[in-house]
Ligand binder design. Sequence first.
Ligand SMILES: [Zn+2]
Length: 203
Amino acid sequence: MLPERLTRLVHLFARLPGVGEKTAARFVLFLVAAGPETSTALGEALVALRDAVRPCDRCGHVAEVGADGHAVCAICADPKRDARLMCVVGRVQDLVAIERSGAMRGRYFVLGRLLSPLEGVGPDELPLARLRERIAADGVEEVVVATPPSVDGEATALLLARELARAGLRVSRIASGVPHGGDLEFADPITLGRALEGRKGLG
Ligand SMILES: [Zn+2]
């Protein structure tokens, strides 16, 4: 129904989370109707995403690459953040959700993946060495584990508790309130804020 080039773009948009073929086709037809300026701006923003954005060198949050070639996110660069407190999350989306709750005054560390015995993801595949390095460099005293309340999230929390308690750190886990199997990304900010404030010691 659409020219080949547009169909290809529809398929690309349809790969985005929450976007089906119908919505994707609406996006494409909107862009055609909106004229060249919108498409150019979108295209340039996407190229910049590829070239100028990468995970923060310190925490793994998304960051812009600076003139010095380093990428440090706004949270790591903020001197008002409490360096002694670190919140460990599975994904950037979870960091964003917690940040929105306003309850975290420390910094973060993004694991990028969770321990998953069923899918064959073992402890060696988690960035534990980088996490320990970060903890030592920042003088972290307390680690709050905010992995999701799923089987993999709980397994990851137990592993972190064991690994980090050995180093004499206080390790806590966000309190329940986030439903089991739930996604932190979709928890409301008030529930997430309470879950952080009501964190419990682990190990
Ligand atoms: Zn950072």
